[in-house]
Ligand binder design. Structure first.
Ligand code: TXA
Ligand code: MG
Length: 351
């Protein structure tokens, strides 16, 4: 299949292109689209065949449900039933934005889209191109991240093309995304709203709007060895895995530098290729391997935005081992480390 690339910037969304892309979707085709978090792989959420194509293109297990992207709060009622007041309060506070809500689904949402669950994940992305595409085409976009299953989520259209060129109808190129890690997922179907995946919208931000919020205990690092099953099926897979073996090194700055230098020198002298994920503050202190900075520690948003790109770069240069500094702190610490710990298969070295 030939994959067409459409360049569309948020400041200049061509109506003609949106029409062409809408036609692809209406005919059951797949279009990768930009959002503020990561690129999504879109298909008609109400068409079971489109959902099947999405799973096939990504090589994704079909029990892992898709997020449905909408362009107006009224669409909630079309897809979900018994929508609680808290959902409207969260929509008012954070939509369009990086928050996905789990609600009880209406019958019209096919089991293929929800991985057989009776609930549906819904989000309104904060990206003009995505919103125009959804509202003009009238199609709700089932959209997982537009990567091959198991690879880092795409933060540029080039990443999407690396994984999906030839497998989907079109890719919209709107440049690098803003946030760089996937949306926060909050489940509103139980007694207490529960975070199933951490993201840019934190527990504290949600609590300011709707009161008590819990975090799914299965995703907490301290419970990683207990056999809890995560409530978001996708969280049980080893995600975002670079090809090289990634180890996170945690401790004070000097110990981290010394430890990484020691480990890297050993591997290099054994004939392996080594990559190091450093920061602007520390990159000059590493003496072995290929050193890449993820950004400055004073700009946490920048670190989040560069995370997946740096993991992909490590793949490109085919390193055997990757050593990375840790980023547990700050507003985004939990979301960043959740992704990094998964990429590392929870390999953390404390020093
Ligand atoms: O930022 C994002 O959320 C991006 C952009 C494209 O919107 N999308 C994204 O989709 O990250 P995906 O498919 O890579 O991750 C969706 C996650 C999976 O972990 C899935 O298991 C969970 O959402 N999920 C979807 N529907 C669910 C449901 N009904 N109940 C529980 N978890 C659900
Ligand atoms: Mg994903």
């Amino acid at each position: 299949m030939k994959t067409r690339i459409y360049k569309l910037s948020e400041t200049q969304v061509s109506e003609e292109d949106i029409d062409a892309l809408g036609s692809i979707l209406k005919n059951g085709g797949l279009v990768a689209f930009p959002t503020e978090t990561v690129y999504g792989l879109g298909g008609n959420a109400l068409d079971p065949m489109a959902a099947k194509k999405i799973y096939a293109a990504k090589g994704r297990p079909s029990d892992n449900p898709l997020i449905v992207h909408i362009a107006s709060v009224q669409d909630l009622e079309v897809l979900a039933r018994d929508v609680p007041e808290k959902a409207y309060a969260l929509a008012e506070a954070f939509w369009p934005g990086p928050l996905t809500m789990i609600l009880d689904k209406k019958e019209g949402v096919p089991a293929e889209t929800t991985g057989g669950l009776s609930t549906v994940a819904i989000r309104m992305p904060n990206h003009k191109v995505a919103l125009e595409l959804i509202s003009k085409s009238g199609i709700y976009l089932a959209g997982p991240s537009a990567n091959t299953s198991g690879r880092p989520s795409p933060t540029t259209a080039e990443h999407v093309a690396e994984d999906l060129r030839g497998k989907i109808d079109a890719i919209i190129d709107s440049g690098k995304v803003g946030i760089g890690i996937e949306s926060t997922i909050v489940d509103l179907t139980g007694e207490t709203p529960t975070i199933l995946r951490p993201g840019y919208i934190t527990k504290e931000m949600l609590q300011r709007v709707i009161g008590k919020v819990e975090i799914d205990e299965a995703i907490l690092e301290e419970n990683k060895d207990k056999n809890f099953t995560p409530k978001a099926p996708g969280m049980k897979y080893k995600h975002y895995a670079p090809k090289g073996e990634l180890t996170l090194v945690e401790g004070d700055e000097d110990s981290v530098i010394d430890t990484i230098n020691l480990l890297a020198s050993e591997k290099v002298s054994d004939g392996f290729k080594v990559g190091i994920i450093a920061t602007d503050e520390t990159k000059a202190s590493y003496a072995f391997g290929t050193v890449k900075s993820i950004g400055t520690r004073s700009d946490e948003d920048g670190i989040a935005a560069n995370l997946y790109e740096i993991l992909r770069k490590m793949d490109e240069i085919s390193v055997d081992f990757i050593y990375s500094e840790s980023f547990f702190e700050g507003h985004l610490g939990q979301a960043i480390m959740n992704r990094m710990l998964k990429a590392a298969g929870h390999r953390v070295l404390k020093c």
